[in-house]
Design a protein around this ligand. Structure first.
Ligand code: PMP
Length: 406
């Protein structure tokens, strides 16, 4: 029988546990490199100026109310989100073969996609996740009963992509597997395939009839260029793949707590594509209704105003360049400092990796020393959030890394 006493305690979420330890550390030297949220040069959360503007306009709108959105969310938002993914002039949009629903940020989009595939895929195939991947992928796909496997991704000695290992697994995985791909700024490694490697990945996936499931949580945040960061997804769509995309606006709009995201399903081109897409939309709506009824309005209203107004859109692109530019400066600055000190090892991966995170190669023991002796907080796998570095703490962090590596 079920009683309260039959439930054992769950382990603490490692990332949220780390955040708590940081908050409770009284040291004035402490450095938070754990959480994946953008910080400005004073280690403070940054409200994008364009978001503030859109927010004010919404507040002053006399027609604003707090009614429910529709099941699929704010239509102006999902259509703009769709254009951002595939490009405004994509044949997939013209052919009406993309269906899009607003979701509870990227997490909700990954979940909705997983649930949909688990229910509607006739074989319940294995979903292959990169090793390593965003830890939540494992939990989300397990919750919807999709079997999970890994494909090699991070090469420990080069601290780059294990392209051979990845291709090998894509070749030998059972035909028709689902492959989860990070569209850009891979979390946690910061390692992305090159465009040429993406083409080879697409070719083997086509040959093996694998289904691409893209997770994009950092568009515009990696290179500062929205189209460039969407290149891989757009390439797969142009190649005629049937695929799905989980899209988060948490990082690129700084709307973390507003839970703003979208799920897109792109059907392959063909005479029945628009009809299939409408069928899929109808099924997704039923799943959405049973899970969340309808998505939250506020963040979508903000993003929608910006995405649908050319002047605000241009300001958003400036804000993206501000964030990605500061991160690139911190990457260059950290590498330069370590090299100047002669810190043992090759630090070129700090600048070849991209996006919010860097897989430093620091061992778990070194990470623990950094925490205990230096009050520097990062995850045990050696991942740092570049956004936690700034001109005030970068020298201190370089000194700390140098001391634990020697
Ligand atoms: N996917 C990846 C790879 C991520 O890094 C994140 C953010 N940590 C997400 C999805 C989703 O985040 P959110 O639900 O906050 O949009």
């Amino acid at each position: 029988v079920f009683t309260a006493a039959t439930v054992a305690a769950a382990p603490e979420d490692p990332l949220f546990g780390l955040m708590k330890a940081y908050r409770e550390d009284p040291s004035d030297k402490k450095v938070d490199l754990g959480i994946g949220a953008y910080r400005d040069n004073n280690a403070k959360p940054w409200i994008l100026p364009v978001v503030k503007k859109a927010d004010n306009a919404i507040h002053n709108d006399p027609n604003l109310n707090h009614e429910y959105l529709s099941i699929g969310g704010l239509a102006d938002f999902t259509s703009a989100a769709q254009k951002l993914i595939v490009g405004a002039d994509s044949a997939a949009i013209k052919d009406k073969r993309i269906c899009s629903l607003q979701t509870i940020s990227g997490t909700g989009a990954v979940h909705l996609g997983g649930l949909f595939l688990s229910k509607f895929h006739p074989q319940k195939p294995t979903i292959y996740l990169s090793n390593p991947t965003w830890a939540n992928h494992n939990q989300i796909f397990t919750n919807v009963n999709l079997p999970i496997a890994k494909y090699p991704y991070f090469h420990a000695s080069t601290k780059g992509l294990d392209f051979e290992g990845m291709m090998q697994t894509l070749t030998t995985a059972p035909e028709g597997s689902i492959i989860l791909l990070h569209a850009c700024a891979h979390n946690p490694t910061g390692v992305d395939p090159t465009q040429d490697q993406w083409k080879q990945i697409a070719a083997v996936m086509r040959a093996r009839s694998h289904f691409p499931f893209f997770d994009t949580a950092y568009q515009g945040f990696a290179s500062g260029d929205l189209a460039r960061d969407a290149w891989a997804i757009r390439y797969f769509v142009e190649q005629g793949f049937e695929l799905c995309v989980a899209q988060s606006f948490a990082k690129n709009f700084g709307l973390y707590g507003e839970r703003t995201g979208a799920f897109h399903f792109v059907s392959a081109p063909g005479p029945d594509a628009a009809a299939s897409s409408a069928n899929i939309a109808s099924q997704l709506a039923i799943l959405q209704r049973s899970e969340i009824s309808n998505p939250p309005a506020y963040g979508a209203r903000i993003a929608s105003r910006v995405l649908n107004d050319p002047v605000l859109f241009a300001e958003w692109e400036d804000d993206l360049r501000t964030m990605s530019g500061r991160i690139l400066e911190m990457r260059a600055g950290l590498r330069e400092r370590l090299e100047k000190r002669g810190t043992p090892g090759d630090w070129s991966h700090i600048t070849s990796q991209i996006g919010m995170f860097s897989f430093t190669g620091l061992t778990e023991a070194q990470v623990l020393t950094l925490r205990e002796k230096w009050h520097v907080y990062m995850t045990k796998n050696g991942r740092i959030s570049m956004a936690g570095l700034n001109t005030h703490n970068i020298d201190y962090f370089a000194e700390a890394v140098d001391s634990v590596v020697r």
